[in-house]
Design a protein. Sequence first.
Lengths: 438, 438
Amino acid sequence: MEIDSTPDLLIHSAGVLPLPKAPRFIGRGWVAIKEGQIQEVAAGDPPSLAARSVINGQGCLVMPGLVNSHIHAPMSLFRGLADDLPLKTWFEDHIFPAEAKWVGEEFVYWGTLLACAEMIRAGTTAFADGYFFEGHVARAARDSGIRALLAQGTLDFPTPDSPSSAAGLRRICDFIETWSGSATIRPALFAHSVYTCSPQLLTRCRDLALKYKVPWVTHLSETREEVEVVSQKYGRTPVNHLENLNLLSSNLIACHCVWLTEAEMDLLAKRGVRVVHNPESNLKLASGVAPIPDLLKRGVPVGLGTDGCASNNNLDLFQEMDFAAKVHKGHRLDPTAMPAETVLEMATLGSARVLGMEAEIGSLEVGKKADVIVVDLNRPHLQPVYNVVSQLVYSAVGADVRDVVIDGRIVMQNRRLLTLDEERILAEARKWRKKIAG
Amino acid sequence: MEIDSTPDLLIHSAGVLPLPKAPRFIGRGWVAIKEGQIQEVAAGDPPSLAARSVINGQGCLVMPGLVNSHIHAPMSLFRGLADDLPLKTWFEDHIFPAEAKWVGEEFVYWGTLLACAEMIRAGTTAFADGYFFEGHVARAARDSGIRALLAQGTLDFPTPDSPSSAAGLRRICDFIETWSGSATIRPALFAHSVYTCSPQLLTRCRDLALKYKVPWVTHLSETREEVEVVSQKYGRTPVNHLENLNLLSSNLIACHCVWLTEAEMDLLAKRGVRVVHNPESNLKLASGVAPIPDLLKRGVPVGLGTDGCASNNNLDLFQEMDFAAKVHKGHRLDPTAMPAETVLEMATLGSARVLGMEAEIGSLEVGKKADVIVVDLNRPHLQPVYNVVSQLVYSAVGADVRDVVIDGRIVMQNRRLLTLDEERILAEARKWRKKIAG
């Protein structure tokens, strides 16, 4: 019996950037996909155009899908609900009451579908989420076909889905057990922060993460105020507080990490903690500028995230790359502080590392999962092309993505979503707006 | 004889934001355009759909076109040529030699067409430019239908279009005389900076500006190094140097203004100098963060600009608004430092003021020029809509603009450019790339 090597999908006649490195750029090449995996990446023309599906990539660039390593997907339904306010007012008078009042299973499901539609349209093929009713985030993500690491949330006080942290922990176990073994969804857990979770709860989350062999996610040293509050309460900064509890390790995903001392950065590096950089959220909420160049120098794995729509207000990782590349240059008065290549790596392989999926996604290499996007360069703002990485980071936006393949399956073609009913999702978003805004 | 009041163009069934103020938002309304002007803006449905052209704006937002108050249009052909380099290397080893070698009449014409195609596609209906061979910028801008204030450049040493500043000044006079009286193009002059123009040349430029009743444009206090160099050479900072020469006045358009003292800001306000904020360029070239909130507090007219494509690397004012709204919050650790409304005003009425056109453009008011854009809100990243101004500043990108009207003429409809041959322009951009990159 002969083995059929005919690709399921062949993308040809395109520029190909298999890794986030400009020198690896193939001016004209092709990518073959079979059984959800990258079967071949090569220069020139394929030996045959025989394939179940064929995409002509003329004038386009084929590259790894982007990976968003920190969002709160359902909060897309709060996009623009409250902006330009002092942080305390923003959270206490707007976001928290809105969450308490509106967040339920249907809110989470439709909010996540809206977020998935937005992300796929912007070339994001995988994301990491932390929220409540995470099983419904999972349901929506699965329906969209996107890949995801989903973390069920908990904290000390009642949440929209759990009257107590004990109930929250039970929900976490249920969630992880239910979603283990899914092809595209990986479960995890989310302890909101050191200022909303007791040492006991944080330790319990770490223990469950070890038990289930999944990562746990937290917000860490996001604001100066957080560092002050935690230092007053525990006599230690957030990072040192976690170290003292023996909680810093490579299964921790620490989001934001804006306010770190040199010693704390050394510690994060030593413990193998994974970090997510959210530059737009950090600017918009006036949290500050994270010392990402210093973390990268120390070898800390850093991914790129947009954060939720209430603090950005979109999920476009192309725009996030632009911010990440520029803000450190301006902040440090050093135009070499954050090269475009470093940022593109952060949004692909870096985020994949944060999700614990660097062996599977983040680059186009034979045997890796086929999470592939086709960017249309045939546009005035993307010509001429001297350096394709510069173009992606500084000039492109999510709307320049033409086709999206996740796990070998075409989920967007010629900017039409194939897995989701976009009109229905937009109609539901409008319905929620009516309810919430009155 | 009856006067025919039938509109030339009617846009109906749309949300309308006549001024950059959220409370002025009309949930459902219409705009009538006649003889290049706004004839009517009103809520509800128009009394009749009789008009030469009709645009159904269902699910869209009608608003003033954006105004980009500082670019170097032809440099679109250098987009991404040199990035992430120290400023001196960037300019001296890359940009300046490339300009010396390649900038000529055809380069300027095709580069400007590329820039105009990009700007129209991103909802920009007017821009201010400063470059060389400015007559060819004017030719391209006129061909595209866009509105522009175009400033012919000069400096002390030979430029691509003039062997000496004397020849440059003659070119300026010719340019202004040739283009005076155009409907959509206004001529002006551009003295590059205080570190590249002698006091005599600067004074001559100001005198010509007065003679021809046009503004003159310069780069001012863009980098810390500029302030140091000028202070060493003239014993005064750039602003104080201009004040000492009696050159600060309301016909001066000063771009960047990153490094200013409190006293210098007072002086700019007192003299009525107009300022352009270019946050992305300032971050990317590591120039710093301009004290825009402090200038606005003093009543200085501030517009928003993208700067040229070699230092951004696109001309999308929607993205520029996002940067402008976020960077000051992060820099000052104050989430109220730069509200979305202030930024939207900067990109419309503020820039119009800088161009000296605030009576004609920048808002949808009866009798003003009909520079109008239709933004398609029916997209996952733009729903739900709680605050339309937030949505425009934080969530939208140029690609969300569906239709563009300039001077009453539809120049883009359903994202198809009507005045320009986009394929030809892209082909020319690729040709230039081949020549330049070899």
